[in-house]
Design a protein around this ligand. Structure first.
Ligand code: DLL
Length: 435
């Protein structure tokens, strides 16, 4: 089967709005009937489904939150009988109880279609070999990529995450052309490929990396180590999984699949919708999902939107790389610090260090302590203590000038920080452990 780019991706904005309005009106009416929590919230606000006439009324609707999924766990927010739910996925998140999401046949079709758009944008086709290195299981990453590969008629290699040397040997033997995994795992694969000295045996052309924030500097390193073009893909279990938005060949923001999802940017404190271009919390409404639809879901991702037509011809809105999450922002001595800011500085330092790091925050005598452990390169390790101290000082000063506070930087031995096969754990906040 051959996949073609649907015409709606290049529709004029007025037409997109019309299409979204029709779908939103139907979705609101259906959810009012089927989902108790949604009906209750609408009633509390004195809103009736008829009050929603199109996207211009979206801001009137109530928000939904991750806590709702926990309160109604497992199936309390589903909008169809369980006999129509064909598959479930779950997300444990970094904290808290797992949440579960469900898909009807149509939902799975729609998801495969969205991931297929990502693959097509990278130049993949029925001749491609799609190496699925996201975990295949309850995590949405693996199955999302797998179904997308089938949709374009490519050959899927559902290897899942882990067993790094075997992954690489399989890539070589099976001729993988598209690699799908988290960016931190891509870095680890790249490092191992260098050690094995097999880069020239790989046939990789494109990488589809997401599920965690990553910087432009990291993109450059991954591209260099793996010899491919690295694309960013965004998604979250609550809304669908990977493919809610994706980069095109121009890599200037991720196109939201607006025929299925309406994004908004709001002020996380007041809930007000912010004007185009401003950074705030990303909120999504699913307008076509049947099994587990959500209205105005607060993602906690910090992002901005750009409605300008892209050079690729797509008119679908682009979201910027999320800067982090409202819930992973660290407040250290009163200063807001995002792990991605630290990563940006570290990757700029280049050769003497590796991009493997951990941020450790603690509290001593009522003051926050802030420490960044970074792995040094083998070369620096053999240069001795004076050279190491010099680099530590240089990183600490660069971080101070970016953040306004300087952490204690420790360069640690090569390969001493644990590698990740999925989402990397970069922050250890010991203050949260204090009872
Ligand atoms: O991570 C779905 C996914 C799988 C996306 C594979 C892309 C590729 P969750 O486990 O529910 O779902 O985590 C969702 O991960 O709210 C963001 O905070 C973060 N995230 C996902 N993609 C990106 C990205 C999957 N490209 C949460 N950049 C989201 C930054 C991302 N953060």
């Amino acid at each position: 089967m051959k996949y073609w780019q649907p015409e709606f991706e290049t529709m004029p904005r007025e037409q997109i709005k019309k299409d979204q309005s029709e779908k939103l009106v139907k979705q609101v009416a259906r959810m009012y009937e089927k989902v108790e929590l949604f009906r209750k919230r609408m009633d509390e606000m004195g809103l009736k489904p008829e009050d929603i006439k199109g996207v211009e009324d979206l801001h009137k609707l109530p928000f939904s939150y991750k806590q709702d999924l926990r309160d109604y766990y497992p199936y309390g927010l589903f909008a169809v009988p369980m006999t129509d739910i064909r598959r479930v996925h779950a997300s444990s998140g970094t904290t808290g109880k797992q949440i579960v999401v469900g898909y009807t046949d149509n939902d799975l079709e729609m998801w495969a279609d969205c991931f297929a758009r990502m693959l097509i944008a990278t130049g993949a086709d029925e001749n491609s070999f799609v190496h699925v290195g996201y975990g295949l299981g309850l995590f949405t990453g693996g199955f999302g990529a797998h179904d997308g590969a089938l949709r374009i008629g490519a050959t899927a290699i559902p290897i899942s995450a882990g067993n790094t040397q075997r992954q690489i040997q399989t890539m070589i033997d099976f001729g993988s052309t598209v690699l799908c995994c988290t960016p931190s795992y891509a870095m680890y694969l790249g490092e191992t490929i260098e050690e094995m000295g097999v880069k020239d045996q790989l046939k990789l052309k494109a990488g589809i990396f997401g599920a965690e924030p990553w910087t432009e500097e990291m993109r450059a390193q991954i591209e260099e180590k793996l010899g491919l073009k690295a694309y960013d893909i965004y998604g979250l279990s609550e809304i669908m999984g990977p493919g809610v938005s994706y980069e095109c060949e121009y890599q200037c923001g991720m196109h939201v699949c607006e025929d299925n999802f309406i994004p908004e940017i709001i002020d996380p404190d007041t809930g007000e919708v912010l004007p185009e271009g401003e950074w705030g919390e990303l909120v999504f409404t699913t307008i076509t999902k049947e099994g587990f639809p959500l209205i105005r879901y607060r993602t906690r991702d910090i992002c901005s939107l750009n409605y300008e037509k892209c050079k690729c011809g797509r008119t679908h809105v682009r979201m910027n790389k999320p800067q982090g999450r409202t819930d992973d922002m660290l407040i250290i001595r009163g200063v807001n610090v995002f792990p991605s800011q630290i990563e940006e500085v570290l990757l700029k330092v280049g050769g003497d260090i590796t991009p493997n790091y951990q941020i450790i925050v603690d509290r001593e005598n009522n003051t926050d302590t802030f420490c960044v452990n970074v792995e040094m390169s083998e070369e620096l390790f053999s240069d001795g203590i004076k050279a190491i101290q010099k680099v530590e000082k240089q990183i600490s000063e660069s971080l101070r000038s970016m953040l306004g506070i300087g952490p204690k930087v420790n360069l640690v031995n090569p390969k001493s920080i644990e590698r990740s096969e999925g989402k990397a754990k970069r922050v250890i906040d010991k203050r949260k452990l204090v009872k």
